[in-house]
Write a protein that binds this ligand. Structure first.
Ligand SMILES: *Cc1c(COP(=O)(O)O)cnc(C)c1O
Length: 398
């Protein structure tokens, strides 16, 4: 992992510009402090890097290809490459982070892993690496989400994890997060909490971004092989909490000529109230332990987001992206359910790749940037569409 110093990355105080920090109950200080004081030294050690790189290669299947999408390129009149995170083991980028964090947990001497999950994708990625390492795994999940995402609940159980229902409040992700926090407070010594995106209190956004930064590290040398240059004109990625986008943007942050496009889920349209487009609808506040931008009512209650895609159905964005939005370094666009589904089917028919509905939002942004014939565009294809077959069938227009 090459060391990057950038005004767009975290500072010594744990802030990305004015966003980030660690807004946590006092009871959690010891856990978060331990992690904060140890993570960089561990992650930068030769022993850690050796294990991490080996697992990324042999277990995850990295490097993932950078694929020139010829027929899609013809359609848009630009050179379009797809970074194939859909080909990672478990079918999405999330495993890059869970592999990193399980090794971190081991280095810290932790014996148990907890995680929270909304749609179940992060829970599955966590259960996967716990099986790999033989660590006990407890995943908190809202009772309503468990009913909605049954296959992922069963996947986690097959992998040996215990799935604990969160039965308070709205019985969704927010409540699962609260339960996981409570568990962590009660088991500070032996437990590591694996957060699944660039969200949560410092140091999580930074450490997750670092683990995912392998995506842009690879894009650079792969594009050099294809095009003789490391830098594309555009990098496009979808944003739920923002981990796949953080990974795809990471090594381009200071190359201001590379335009970064972050795509949020606009659901049925921002004016309908059924959306998850945080930068369009939200304002500053504190969510999941950090200062960022989130969708909230006038008196600060978190608004339930909506998107056809479970992975983008999050009421905020991480501080990493709040800062990119605030500084204008990344352009934020929204893609509706309809636009994403059309783009997902289009990619399937043009390239023989059925994308995750999350990733289909990134593809939909190809219609929202002014492309020239000479432009080189990298779209981060965060996941594969197998998990979304029901959604495609229900939508029906293919
Ligand atoms: C979870 C998920 C996302 C959204 O999470 P980020 O942290 O914003 O990357 C995007 N795509 C896929 C396939 C996912 O599983």
């Amino acid at each position: 992992m090459s060391e990057v110093k950038s005004k767009y990355l975290v500072d010594e105080r744990g802030y990305f510009g004015k966003f980030g920090g660690a807004y946590i109950p006092e009871m959690l200080y010891p856990n978060v402090e331990e992690l904060k004081n140890a993570y960089l030294e561990i992650m930068n050690s030769d022993a850690f890097q050796k294990d991490f790189q080996k697992l990324l290669k042999d277990y995850v299947g990295r490097p993932t290809p950078l694929y020139f999408a010829g027929r899609l390129s013809e359609q848009y009149g630009a050179k379009i490459y797809l970074k194939r995170e859909d080909l990672c083991h478990t079918g999405a980028h999330k495993v890059n982070n869970t592999i990193g964090q399980i090794l971190l947990a081991q280095a810290l001497g932790k014996k148990r892993i907890i995680a929270e999950t909304g749609a179940g994708q992060h829970g599955v990625a966590t259960a996967t690496v716990c099986a790999l390492m033989g660590l006990e795994c407890t995943v908190y999940m809202g009772e309503i989400d468990m009913a909605r995402q049954k296959p992922n609940v069963e996947r986690m159980k097959i992998l040996g994890a215990e799935v604990r229902p969160a039965t308070s409040g709205s019985k969704t992700l927010k409540d699962a997060t609260n339960e996981a926090m409570r568990h962590w407070i009660n088991h500070p010594q032996d437990t590591h909490y694996i957060i699944g995106s660039v969200v949560g209190p410092h140091p999580y956004p930074d450490l997750v971004a670092r683990f995912q930064s392998v995506i842009s590290e690879e894009i650079k040398w792969q594009l050099k092989e294809h095009e003789g240059q490391e830098n594309p004109d555009y990098v496009i990625a979808c944003v739920g909490g923002g981990s796949n986008a953080a990974g795809a943007f990471y090594h381009y942050l200071d190359d201001e000529a590379v335009k970064l496009v972050a795509v949020e889920a606009a659901g049925l349209g921002n004016e309908t109230g059924k959306s998850a487009a945080t930068t369009a609808l939200g304002r500053e506040g504190v969510l999941h332990g950090s200062r960022s931008i989130l969708m909230q009512t006038d008196d600060g209650q978190v608004v339930e987001p909506y998107s056809i895609s479970a992975g983008l159905d999050y009421p905020g964005i991480g501080p990493f992206h709040a800062h990119l939005f605030d500084t204008g370094r990344a352009k934020f666009v929204g893609a509706t359910d309809e636009e994403a589904m059309i783009s997902g089917v289009q990619l399937s028919k043009l390239e023989g790749i059925i994308p995750a509905v999350e990733s289909a939002h990134a593809l939909a942004a190809l219609d929202k940037v002014e492309l020239k014939e000479t432009d080189i565009v990298v779209v981060n294809l965060s996941g594969r569409g197998d998990k979304d077959l029901e959604t495609y069938i229900k939508w029906g227009k293919y």
